[in-house]
Structure formats: structure tokens, C-alpha cells
Design a protein around this ligand. Sequence first.
Ligand code: ADP
Ligand code: MG
Length: 733
Amino acid sequence: MDISLSTSVEELPKIGAAYAKKLKKFGIKTIQDLLFHFPARYDDFSEIIKISDARHKLGHTVCVQGKITEIENTHTHKKWMSMTEAAIEDETGQIKAIWFNQPYLAKNLREDDFVCLAGKISLYKEGLYLNNPSYERINNLGENEDLTHTGRIIPVYPETRGVTSKWLRYVIKPLLYRFAEQIPESLPLEIIKKYKFLPVQEAIWQLHFPESFEHADAAKSRFSFEELFLIQLNVLKEKIKLMQKKSPACPMDANLMKSFTDSLSFKLTDSQKKCAFAILKDLEKSVPMSRLLEGDVGSGKTVVAAMAALNVAKNSQPAEGQTAFLAPTEILAKQHFRTITELLKNFNASVGLLTGKDARIFRNDETSEVSKKSLLGDLENGQLNIVIGTHALIQKGVEFKNLALVIVDEQHRFGVEQRDNLMKNKKLVPHLLSMTATPIPRTLALTVYGDLDLSLIDEMPKNRKKIKTLVVEPKDRKEAYKFIEKEVKDGKGVFVICPKIESANSKLQEIIKSKGQISGSFIPQNYPLADLKSLAINEVKAVKDEYKKLSEEIFPDLRITMLHGKMKPNEKEKIMLDFKKGEVDILVSTSVVEVGVDVPRATIMMIEGAERFGLSQLHQFRGRVGRSDMQSYCFLFTTDPSQLNRKRLKALVESDNGFKLAQIDLEIRGPGSLYGTQQWGLPDMAMQGLSNIFLVEKTRTAAKELLEKDPELKNYPLLKERLKQFEKRIHFE
Ligand code: ADP
Ligand code: MG
């Protein structure tokens, strides 16, 4: 058979359809993909000793080579565990090997077989033995054999059901012999030279079957570099392209901005002022702005966005420049609509709202429902200054007269991509302001958001009190309920977040991994309906159970309502409004439902099964309260917190700094714990690299230098192709 690196793994006799399907879970389709399935770690089985030396090696993991003189199945003393015992002999002596629960071994290995065994030398009454050793058949003693599973540093791979590391070694090694030499070198030679990297053909060998740990590290650093380098190229390439485009320059109207800030019922924080100024300065230029406005929940990003939109519109009609404001969900779009219209009511701005079904226009101090068609007409002839909406805003048929600014809430990457869509066939590119409450560590900001300039609101409005956060153990539950009841009697609102549902959630992860494409909010788009339903049913059940418990047993006298993803948008909106107005005391909600809404009267956030959430997400939930000058509380209910979770929850109790919490999550649970990163489809090497600031900076410099020289990568066809493949895999949010 004629096979090459691009041949499907299914064609290989050792693999076939059944294994090919399993490998697909890792995104492995071709032989090349399989060779790029990298070990997660290694076992050091490189020390081979003579059996007579075993007594000096008690407690060490070593290999011995010898002939099996005896092998049989028995039972442990307690009878319930099967045990296989063998005796192995070399020219210096004999040692025992013991395996538990692997009775098939006595069939696989026979007397007189030569084997290499790798395991820990242990001691039992009768003497030394090898405890549960890995084994590998060899031809004879004293020959320098090419060992795969023992007698060397052994790769341990990410595994899945039915795909073990041993099996992977068994299929990968012959493929390396056959194909390693053919892997094209896609890193530019000057980079390989400059950083003294191993060439890919050698690095791939050293990564799978390293001669030493130094060799493995050298190989790893090459591949981590390469993957981060590809991300940087991807991000910077777009930026360089964008810099050549023109945007409408919107001069800052200082008087207008002053009268706007004077109209507010509060004073902007210094941070807000600084960020607003940076944005307004960007807007003056004819180079497209790409700015990420980052600030903890409640830090007041919306006002800053409103200033930008107002300055672009210049209280003139028709608008001098239009603003499109994209929100991840209908609830949030409607909330932004209310907030923005309230903020701009004295400024002669016309503001539209466009969601799936709804179209509203605010004009001359009044909001009216309109047909979608008339709203679109107004947009097209410039009668609308600002339009707020969901994805409905960027569908075909939505035309702007002079779109100058796109504001995107909580969907960073999305904004960049959508701007690309919006600007197709247009001479002018709108400026982009992306907003997020997700704290993004510096390494991430320099890579996946490397094309965005960063503005930080790192200060909370002065009237805020620190939210008191408490871990509530089962025995203190009653007391917490009593407290909640008292607060409600005082007119305060309470959020209850139901526990996350693990099974449904891992399913979610899987789907997201295979399909990509989710939105920045909790609810994925393009999510298969059937799966969404099963997820929703689980979550809905959790909400219903909790609702029943609270309304029937715990707080029969209070007004309790539930909110979940299966409800219609209007229904959800009405509930949120009722809650906001104080007609509902306790709102029971799923974790998948967007609770990114502003309800100043809510002062208690109660989270069930808190140990199941990531720190950043808990911090997000907590940010739903503490939005007024009243003292607020966050109760973390746990059922069975493990040690690890205790550490995490403790961090939440102690810190109200989102960056610090993200950093802690990064340290305890790795980059995969950071909000969103799981869904990017990044290779493991790149994920690991994301916590290494030196590596990140190195790759960034290298990518910049290369793109400045050759923006289209004309002289690097292999790299260009590799980048194309890589881009298919990843999808940043
Ligand atoms: P987020 O950054 O989470 O989007 P919002 O923009 O929703 O925060 O602001 C949260 C609340 O804080 C709003 O009710 C807003 O009116 C209020 N707010 C914003 N800035 C200030 C400030 N400087 N002083 C007092 N309150 C503020
Ligand atoms: Mg917000």
C-alpha cells in the first residue's frame, strides 16, 4: 500500500476503523496527526541492572532483563484479588515479579521467554520482588535491543478509553522509523539557528523516545515555541492587514464629553477616566482601533462604552458616525438598551434595539416598538446613532450608513471576526471596542489577544462595600437560611445558583471541542439541538428541584421564581425585570443562564455546589451582587469539599481581585482552568507555553520580525501551509 504522512490512520492495519474512531477524539486523522500526538509526561525506565544488584536498589524503579523460569496465577491472601507471580533469571541471579489483577499475563508470557521488566524493587517476607512491572519481550540477553516500553525513558500519552500509552507506543514507533524523515520543516531556518532548535525530524523522535530528559526538554521547547509562534503569526498577521485599512476619524468633542459626565449621578473613577480617554484618543485616528477594555464585574464599563458611542454620534442627526453594540444574549442586549437610553436621554441620540424578534427605537425621550424593517431602514439612512443587539445585528440585510464603532461585550475574538464580516466590500473599517470582565493574565493578553490594545479599569466605584464571602458547610446551612430570610424582609434580593451538572457539562466540553464555536457567554452557539436539550433538561431539573425545596420547605412565605435556559427570551426578561423591581425575592437560576444583569437591590449571591465551579466563574457570579452601597454577601455552599477545593474557595473568600483569582486558578489547575481556554482547541504544548512569559515574548518578537519582512509569508510556503492547518483547529473567543 502506498502510504504517506497524509494517509488516514484508518488505512493502517494495526489501527483500522475501530481505533481510528477512538483516535478521532484527539483530533487525530492522519499519520502526521498521530506523530504529533505528544506525550504528556515520561516514565524513567532507563536504568538496567543485573539481578544480583537488585538488593542495592530497594525502592528504586529499575529494569532487569532475563528469562522467565516460572509463571503462574494465584490469589492474594485475602482471596479476592488475582495475582500473577513469575520468576526471572539472568546470569547473576533470580528475582520475583508480581502483578495484581492481570491474569491474562500468564497467557501472554510463558516460561523460557526473555523479557525486560521495569518496576519498583520492593521487599516482602520472602525477599525482593518487582512490583507490577511493565514488561516487554526481548529476543535474547546481552543483545542491544531497540526497546519500546522498558529499558529507556518511556513516553506516557494522553489516553482515552481503549487507547493506552502502550498501544500508542506500539503504533507510533514504527511510524517514526518510516516517516520522521519526511516531516517537512516548517519553522524558518533562521529561527532554528537563532534559538538552536532541533530540526523537526530529530525533535519528533526525541519527544516520543528521548535519549535523555535533556533531549526531551529540547524537543519540547521547540514544539512549544512553534505552537505559540503559530498563534502569534495568526493574530499579528490580521493586525498588520488591518493597519493598512482606514477608519473614520472621530474627533473628540471635549465639551460634549464634559456635559455627559456632568449629567451622571456619580463621578467617574480615575480608572474609568483614563480608559475613556485612551479610547477617545484612538477614535480620533484614521487607523482602526482594536482595544480591549478589561474591568472586573461592576467596575463600570458600560458608561465608558456610552461615552465612546456618544462621541462618535456627536449629538447630531443624522448621525455623524454610527455605533453597533453587540451583546452575547438577548437579556443583556435589552439591559444595555435600557442603560444606554437612560444615560443618553438628554443628548438627542436615537438608539435602536434589535434582537431575534424584537425591534425598538428610542427617540425624543420615548421608546417605541417598531417593525424590524423600519429599524433597518433607519439604520441604513443614518437615522439611528446607536444600535444595540445580539447576533441579529450582523446578519445579511443589516446595512449601516456610516458605521464608525463596533462595541462588543464579553466576546473578544468574536468582535474581531465580526468586524471582518461587517467590513467586507467597505472602504472604511469601523473601530472596535471589546469589553470583558474576564481577567486575562499577561501571557494570554500577549498571545491570543496580542492584536488588541489593552485598557484596564482596575478600580471599583467608591461607593462599593467589599462583598462578604463565606464558605457555608452543611451544618451551618440553617443559619445561612435564617440570615437570608432576614435580608429579604429588609427588601433585598437573593440570587441562587444551582450546582453545575458535571455529566452534561463534560458532554458540553466534548461537543465544543469537536465543533468549536461557542459564544463568550455560558451558552454555546451552533450547539446540536438534541444535546442542548439534554443539557437543558438536566439543568432545568436542578433548578426545579431547588425551586421546589426553597419555596415549599425553606422559605414558604417568600416570593421565589426560577430562571433557566429553556425559557423564552421575553419570559426571562420579564422575570429579570420583576426581580429588579423587587416583585421577586429570590431568583433561582442555572449556571448556564446568563446572569450578567444589573440588579442593584440584590445583595446575596448563594451558590450551591460551589466546589464544582472555577474560581473565575465564581467570581463572576459574585459580581452580580455588591452593585449598590448596601453590604452584600456571597455564600458558597459545599457538600463535600476536597482539600484542593477548599484551597480554591479560600482564595475566593480572601480575595476580590479577579486577576489574582485567575492567577491562582492558573497555578492550581493549569491554563485549562482559565475561562474560555478549554474551548480554543489549542494543542497541549501551546497551553503549557501560555504560562511561560519568556517563551511568549520570544515567540511574539519572532513572529513580528518575520511578518515585517514578509507579511504574506511568500518565502515560507511550508510555514504558511502549517499556519493554515493550525488556524482550522483553533478558534479563540
Ligand atoms: P460592568 O463593568 O460589570 O459592565 P456596569 O457598567 O454594569 O459594570 O456598572 C455597574 C453599576 O455601577 C451600574 O449600575 C453603573 O451605573 C454603576 N457605576 C458605574 N460607574 C460608577 C461610578 N464611577 N460610581 C458609581 N457607580 C458607578
Ligand atoms: Mg457589563
